[in-house]
Design a binder for this molecule. Structure first.
Ligand code: CMC
Length: 427
């Protein structure tokens, strides 16, 4: 229902077009421009800076106030009081589970953690030094070849089964890609462990000796998963929606999301942050200032990785929680004065006092600290984006599901054509 009307005035010939304006439960109003096509014009918005591509009830972000809420619950409260599996339920179904619903949901996830035995054969086709994100894109897309018994996207129960399979199997595949690079045997999931504990077990245990999961690490990993679980219509989620709008199967859609996440401007940023901190090397004032100056130089493509965000023009609320978790993990390791963390804190401090960053409202984002935590837990840098992908799978699948349940239309943007007009092929 339109709450007001926008008037678009076109000249030559003079035309007035009335466009309905809708209001959501929170956030900006939107102008419904769908009628424009029948008036012979399109809207033009590269990068979708001003375009709402869908209606969604999953996640709300107020970038100016630094607010992130899932189904109405602030991320800080969820991070402090909930856990990743419960958040998966909330994102997928819209409400927090009752204790019984939680028990059943968690049991379903636990019972789908194993992958088909033949999936292990896929790995042999990859070079040992393959980037694990390359493996993840391929293997997750390949899951459709194994689980085609429930791929009817019009059937909500089939969609739920695929969602559970994806959430359950992502840590298994991620850990397999790590073990493959190391040349160590794959570890089977253990159903007596929690989601995060099981992930750490599959990554770090070997058949040769007992492995005990460090509870501080399990808690930190669970938090990292929660903080990355969903972030409304970001590049990878929009990719999943666009792929899904064609009726493609969920495994193919999530694989498309993984590919989009891989870029350094999106999920690859935490890997890039650590590379940058290592390049900086020491926390001397002059050295850090040199990198800050490089980031400010418009003729230099270098950017301060882990800073800035398309939607947050104030602090990224996830970064606060991440910073606190980072301190906890380093304290557990008896290394609260980690040199990389020292450099990170100094970079943050100098940047936050610098006019360039202040004027552009560039603050640390979620990835600024997550890399330091993951590295402290023994997770290699090239696995960082993989962990992000594991976490984001529930966000992707919840949006995919919401889209199919709603007014599904194939996503098909228009363009402003600037190529040559019609011309004839030379005789
Ligand atoms: N370092 C230096 N300058 C920056 C940075 C940065 N990290 N980010 C933005 N700017 C400048 C940019 O050069 C531009 O300056 P000017 O107005 O003089 O041309 C201004 O700030 C606005 O930047 P923009 O490129 O228009 O902003 P955007 O919304 O298109 O980009 C971003 C957002 C995240 C891609 C960008 O801030 C960036 O590249 N950050 C570093 C990479 C990073 O940390 N990415 C992780 C994002 S959070 C994880 C996720 O949710 O996926």
């Amino acid at each position: 229902m339109a709450k007001r009307t926008a008037k678009l005035i076109l000249t030559e010939p003079d035309t007035v077009i009335d466009l309905p304006v809708y209001g959501g439960s929170l956030g900006h109003d939107v102008i419904d421009v769908r009628a424009l096509v029948s008036k012979g014009v399109f809207t033009y918005d590269p990068g979708f800076m001003s375009t709402a591509a869908c209606e969604s009830a999953i996640t709300f972000i107020d970038g100016a106030q630094g607010v992130l809420m899932h189904r109405g619950y602030p991320i800080e409260q969820l991070a402090a009081q909930s856990n990743y599996v419960e958040l998966c339920y909330l994102l997928l179904f819209g409400e927090l589970p009752t204790p019984e619903a939680y028990r059943q949901f968690e049991a379903r996830i636990r019972n789908h953690t194993m992958v088909h035995g033949q999936i292990a054969n896929f790995f042999q086709g990859f070079r040992r030094d393959a980037h694990p994100m390359a493996i993840l894109c391929g293997v997750v897309g390949g899951l459709a070849a194994f689980y085609h018994d429930h791929l009817d996207t019009a059937d909500s129960e089939d969609r739920l089964i695929s969602a559970i399979r994806l959430v359950a199997k992502m840590p298994t595949i991620a850990a397999m890609s790590y073990k493959y690079a190391l040349g160590q045997p794959f570890r089977q999931p253990r159903n007596d462990l929690s989601y995060a504990e099981n992930f750490l077990h599959m990554m770090f245990s070997t058949p040769c000796e007992p492995y005990e999961v460090n509870p501080v690490f399990a808690k930190a990993l669970d938090r990292i998963l929660m903080l990355h679980a969903d972030h409304e219509q970001n590049a990878s989620t929009s990719t999943v929606r666009l792929a899904g709008s064609t009726g493609a199967n969920p495994f193919a859609c999530i694989s498309a999301g993984i590919a989009a996440l891989w870029g350094p401007a999106h999920g690859g940023a935490n890997e890039a942050v650590l590379d940058m901190l290592e390049q900086i090397g020491d926390d001397s004032e002059a050295n850090i200032q040199r990198f800050i100056d490089k980031a400010k130089d418009r003729n230099d493509p270098f950017r301060l990785m882990g800073f800035g965000h398309r939607v947050y023009s104030s602090f990224d609320p996830r970064a606060r929680v991440m910073k606190e978790t980072c301190d906890q993990v380093l304290a557990e390791l008896g290394n609260p004065d980690d040199p990389t963390l020292r450099i990170a804190k100094r970079v943050e401090q100098i940047a936050l006092e610098d006019d360039y960053f202040i004027q552009r409202k560039l603050y640390p984002n979620v990835d600024f600290y997550s890399g330091i935590i993951l590295r402290a837990m023994g997770i290699p840098t090239n696995m960082f984006t993989v962990i992000f992908a594991v976490a984001r799978t529930i966000g992707w699948i919840s949006h995919w599901n919401e889209m199919i349940d709603g007014d599904l239309k194939i996503g098909r943007p228009r363009q402003l054509y600037v190529g040559p007009p019609r011309r004839n092929y030379p005789d």
